[in-house]
Design a protein around this ligand. Sequence first.
Ligand SMILES: *Cc1c(COP(=O)(O)O)cnc(C)c1O
Length: 209
Amino acid sequence: MTMFSFHPVKPITTGEGGVIVTDHEEYYLKLKRFRTHGITTENVRKNEGPWYYEMVDLGYNYRMTDVQAALGLSQLTKLDAFVQKRREIAAMYHEAFSRIPGVRIPYQLPYVDSSWHLYVLQLQLENFRVGRKEIFEALRAENIGVHVHYIPVYFHPYYQQLGYKKGICPVAEKWYEAVLTIPLFPKMSEYDIRTVMEGVNKVLSFYRK
Ligand SMILES: *Cc1c(COP(=O)(O)O)cnc(C)c1O
């Protein structure tokens, strides 16, 4: 099964929710029941009456509303344009940030063409006088909506309490300390993009050893 999120930060949105696709009929039928309380009207004892249905699995209400679906159909017609805009911005970022010492730009394998849901810079922290936190805060002070994707999942209290100790994935943990997501969305203006590039350059230059 492949899952797509249509949360508002994603390439297209339905407000909330998403889609699951599968070519496995059994999973398809199970998913259809799962989203509607495990209820089915197929292969049930019809002689009970025309109203009859059965709950055969434990399910939830994960139904998408018609309003959300209508938004999704409209968004789908804009997907190519959205992705194209993201790729243009990413290309400008590659160009700008590949020349800045102390950062690594996202690497793409030759046969890959990302739609750039996120643009993650990796700081080479040994080049700076401060850590990621200070750089993050300085960028926020420049009014640049930076973020961090993601906190290693087992750092969260739920997994900590299950016994997953910090230190078990040293590469991911080192990576986590050094990453910074910079703004990238189709509605960015030329001015927004320049502001991000100049702000990142300014802050990194200030803190560079
Ligand atoms: C968006 C996203 C999620 C969460 O999607 P939901 O729609 O909230 O289920 C999880 N992981 C990654 C990597 C995502 O980008």
